[in-house]
Design a protein around this ligand. Sequence first.
Ligand code: AMP
Length: 216
Amino acid sequence: MNIILLGPPGAGKGTQSSLLVQHHGMRQLSTGDMLRAAVAAHTPIGIQAKAIMDAGQLVSDDIVSALIDAELVAMEPVTGAIFDGYPRTAAQAEALDAILAKHDRQLDVVIELAVDEDELVRRITGRYTCAKCGEGYHDTSKQPVIAGTCDRCGSHEFKRRPDDNEETVRKRMQVYRQETAPILPGYEARGIVRRLDGMAPIGEVTAAIEILLERG
Ligand code: AMP
């Protein structure tokens, strides 16, 4: 299966992707993660992308589409793909169609996670991860069981994304409304959009996704 998870920043795309990876052996293709890895490794793409990401703007369509293509080249054809944070513009949606066709894949479903913006700002500005294993936490809704210690790996180091501050988050949402939301009607016309309540608790969203995947 090939799935797009679509929704503004903080809608839960990354969380739900990780669960799909764990339960179904699918592969999460997050352009945000790929770009952050490039920034951390100081590659030419990373150096170019850093300021754009810090400002909450979009990195060029060609760069992110090339990243996605390269990942699919390296993937077994039977492994399902979850596109997380890609496509984000009409040009990327078009590029994805061409990339999928090239790899003999087809898009099965676009899962839209619908959310409330103010609640999203609360979610995003409170989130942080374990610096060692990447487990996700939140200042109010998901603290480690033992304060300051990662539940999963025991590390005491945590980190926050530099673009998870209120100003940048509002900017990223505006970009989502202007650039990304307009790609939905094209997928709706193909009859492959399923809309879920992204404000529901994580487990409920996961259960709704599971039902969707079973029923097709
Ligand atoms: P994310 O982790 O998906 O929220 O992405 C973090 C940042 O990386 C975004 O605010 C953009 O600056 C950049 N980015 C990630 N995916 C894309 C994409 N598909 N197109 C353009 N920029 C992207």
